[in-house]
Design a protein around this ligand. Structure first.
Ligand code: HEC
Length: 82
C-alpha cells in the first residue's frame, strides 16, 4: 500500500516536472524567438526534437549570446511537443 502511494506520488511529481519544463520552454520561445521574425515561422512547422534542436542551436548562434545553448534546448523541447 505504501509502495502504491509512493509510485503514484513519483509519477505525479515527474509529470509536474515535465510540464514545468515545457512551460519554461514556451515562455523562452515567446520572449526570445520573436526578435528577428514572427513566432508563426516556428509555430506553423511540425518537426521532431532532433530537428528543432538543430534549428534552435542555429538561432542561438545568430542571437549573439541572446539565446544560450540551454535555453535553445528547452525551446526545442517545447516546439517538438507543441
Ligand atoms: C538574431 C535573429 C534571430 C533570432 C533571435 C531567431 N531567429 Fe530564427 N531565423 C533567423 C534567420 C536570419 C533565419 C533565416 C536563415 C536560416 O534559416 O538559417 C531564421 C529562420 C528560422 C526558421 C526557418 C528555418 C527552417 O529551417 O525552417 C525557423 C523555424 C526559426 N528561425 C525559428 C526560430 C526559433 C525557434 C527561435 C528562438 C530559439 C529563433 N528562430 C530566433 C534569425 C533569428
Amino acid at each position: 500500500m505504501k509502495n502504491a502511494i509512493l509510485t503514484v506520488l513519483t509519477i505525479f511529481i515527474a509529470a509536474l516536472y515535465a510540464c514545468s519544463g515545457i512551460q519554461e520552454g514556451k515562455t523562452l520561445f515567446e520572449s526570445k524567438c520573436a526578435q528577428c521574425h514572427k513566432l508563426e515561422v516556428s509555430l506553423k512547422e511540425t518537426r521532431n526534437l532532433e530537428e528543432w534542436t538543430k534549428i534552435t542551436q542555429r538561432m542561438s548562434g545568430y542571437s549573439d549570446g541572446g539565446i544560450t545553448v540551454k535555453e535553445a534546448e528547452k525551446i526545442a523541447e517545447y516546439l517538438a511537443k507543441k
